[in-house]
Design a protein around this ligand. Structure first.
Ligand code: TYD
Length: 397
């Protein structure tokens, strides 16, 4: 049974950065539910994929050093530990992972044309298609079964999880490995990062729920890794149950036990989370209004999908945060969905004109503060809402 626990208000598609104030956003009520049977947390409304993943999708995996490094390290591990003849990536984005492999060894699947074009122009075989059973069958007919299937921050965006895993199970070799990584529900609860939810982000996974979902397709987790990316993610290493060549690591049980200890399999945890989120909104608005009263200027650092959830839920417009800044070409000079705050192109002097920087990309806090330490030292104040709204103090090392 799906039980409701939080309403994040009317939210536009978080990645729909419009280039004109004349254009209007469609908004959808963002309501969060906990499934008491399989323990999945999800949003209620499912927008058709074609509306979300368009031909000019603005999210680029390669935009941060942290992510480039994470994909590079993973590629080294994959080669050493699994040495696949063929690797297929679902949601290959701009190629941040596959570019680390020999061209003839990888296949990308990417529904957004602008992104698929980036990898196919470089010579990587890329299917500009949505991941589904029909495509899995087509790829199987053409290339046979695949040794390793990888997907990061993608499967949680696809509504029909049954189709997702049925298709993976069809295409994966019996001795093959599936690696998926996504933000961790436990980390979200711990950090009170309600901004992990937006219209495109349908699910937030835990080891408990992944175990429940994949079991139907005779798949099981055999290893698990905690990652710092996206504010705390989990990387799940999955195999077919019939494949006995991998031992099940103790880390799997440890993660599940940890999640049970935090009671993320209980509804009361989400009721509690909901209260904390409302408090977080109140406190963030208090801080922003105070800054405004003192005539200080705030810029949002990182025009993230997460920040779109925050500004729409907390009703923050350009009177409170004058602008956002971002390095992504597709976002520059467009407006933050729903609140029409203009996104400026990043340059290294941009912070000069502001007193505070609100960390829209709080998940890259260390990378950003390190990059901007000159301004931080000189008195620019960083502001974040994670794990609770606060102004960060500059600490001399
Ligand atoms: P991310 O947190 O991955 O996104 P989302 O919530 O949308 O899934 O996105 C980080 C954004 O921050 C991305 O648009 C790039 C931007 N960014 C900068 O502009 N400068 C930086 O130094 C970093 C680290 C990120």
């Amino acid at each position: 049974m799906n039980k409701f626990f939080l309403n994040l208000g009317n939210q536009p598609l978080a990645n729909n950065y419009l280039n004109s104030l004349k254009k209007k956003h469609i908004k959808y009520t963002l309501r969060l539910f906990f499934n008491t049977n399989n323990k999945i947390v999800s949003i209620s409304k499912r927008i058709p994929s074609e509306k979300m993943f368009t031909n000019d999708y603005p999210y680029r995996s390669s935009m941060s050093k942290t992510m480039r490094h994470s994909f590079y390290e993973l590629s080294k591990e994959i080669k050493k530990r699994f040495n696949p003849d063929k690797l297929l990536e679902i949601g290959s984005n701009d190629g941040a992972l596959i570019k680390n492999f020999k061209m003839n060894k990888v296949i990308g699947v990417e529904p957004c044309k602008n992104l698929a074009n980036i990898t196919s122009k470089k010579g990587f075989l890329t299917y500009n298609k949505y991941w589904n059973y029909k495509l899995a069958k087509k790829i199987k007919d053409k290339h046979g079964n695949i040794d390793l299937i990888y997907s990061a921050n993608t499967l949680t965006h696809i509504s029909n999880l049954d189709d997702v895993f049925r298709s993976i199970s069809l295409l994966l070799k019996d001795k093959g490995v599936l690696i998926i990584e996504d933000p961790s529900l436990l980390e979200c609860i711990k950090k009170n990062s309600y901004d992990q939810f937006y219209n495109e982000h349908i699910y937030l996974f835990s080891a408990i729920s992944v175990k429940n979902i994949i079991s139907k397709y005779d798949l099981e987790i055999f290893d698990i890794k905690n990652l710092l990316t996206h504010g705390g993610s989990l990387r799940y290493y999955i195999k077919k149950k019939i494949n006995k060549s991998f031992k099940i690591s103790i880390k799997v049980k440890k993660q599940i036990d940890k999640e049970k200890k935090y009671e993320i399999d209980k509804f009361k945890t989400y009721k509690n989370f909901s209260k904390k989120v409302k408090k977080s909104k109140e406190n963030l608005l208090k801080i922003l209004n105070n800054i405004k009263k003192n005539n200080k200027k705030i810029i949002g650092y990182g025009a993230t999908a997460k920040a779109v959830t925050v500004i729409n839920y907390c009703d923050i417009d350009k009177n409170l945060i004058s602008n956002f800044v971002d390095t992504t070409p597709e976002k520059i000079n467009n407006y933050m969905p729903g609140k029409n705050i203009k996104i400026l192109r990043y340059n290294k002097n941009i912070l000069k004109n502001y007193d505070y920087a609100f960390l829209g990309a709080w998940n890259f806090k260390n990378e950003i503060i390190n990059k901007e330490k000159k301004y931080f030292k000189k008195g620019l104040k960083f502001l974040t809402h994670i794990p609770k709204p606060q102004v960060l103090k500059y600490k001399k090392k």
